[in-house]
Design a protein around this ligand. Sequence first.
Ligand code: GLP
Length: 203
Amino acid sequence: LATGSSPLEFYKQIRESDLDLSNLISVNLDEYVGLTGDDPQSYRYFMEKNLFDAKPFKESYLPSGVEESADQEVIRYNKILEEHPVDLQILGIGRNGHIGFNEPGTSFDSQTHLVQLDDSTIEANSRFFDKIEDVPTQAISMGIANILAAKSIVLFAYGESKAQAIKGTVEGERTEKVPASALQGHPNVTIIADKEALNLLSR
Ligand code: GLP
């Protein structure tokens, strides 16, 4: 599962549905380093408020951003992913084409890892914080290889700030400069987007 504003409507529709998720297992993409799960800016808190409180899963996994050793946490999370192969991967996309917190330049072979956030990502995500200095500079994120291992992938993208990233994802070269272009190598990806986000596509 993904956080951010893009999947909000999807989660709302699930909350308002009669779907029962109590036999399913969820595994989230990423978490900020330095925020506890009860911090309103943490992704755990986001997931609880937007989905888990209303629709509990059998088990829900997120990376922990407050472990003493990020290395150990990375190992733990990769193990969780090995034990729970993903059927359906939900994704948003960053303005710079990031998926999860895999910033431009991340290897397509990457597994869960500690990430140094790009200045542009910190700036984009600062809208959820009181001030930009409060935005964590690191995160733990599933890698691109983890994302590509899902059987099917649905990516949500809304607004013109995503248009360049969507163009790169769909029509650009498959390059580590645009992390979401890795999806071109996956056999089952659906993009759900509005007109503004699709605006730069040539066809
Ligand atoms: C964050 C998250 C991503 C998300 C992206 C876009 O950086 N780590 O998973 O896709 O932001 O966010 P939004 O959907 O709010 O535009």
